[in-house]
Design a protein around this ligand. Sequence first.
Ligand SMILES: [Zn+2]
Length: 69
Amino acid sequence: MGIVKLIIIVLLVWTGFWLLKKIKKPANHLDQESSVNKMLACSVCKVHVPENEAIIQNNKVYCSKEHLE
Ligand SMILES: [Zn+2]
């Protein structure tokens, strides 16, 4: 009985680590992608802003709502 319990615990721990590795890998990949974010130049003031912060409308890039209007 003792050995069976031990094997089950080892299997559970191993499966846990395996799952953690599987979950962590794509997350790290996403972090790397967002840290090397593309910089886009505002079509009004030419200031460079990260793609996720830029406002894109009609294929033009704006750094802020003020330049959008
Ligand atoms: Zn601007």
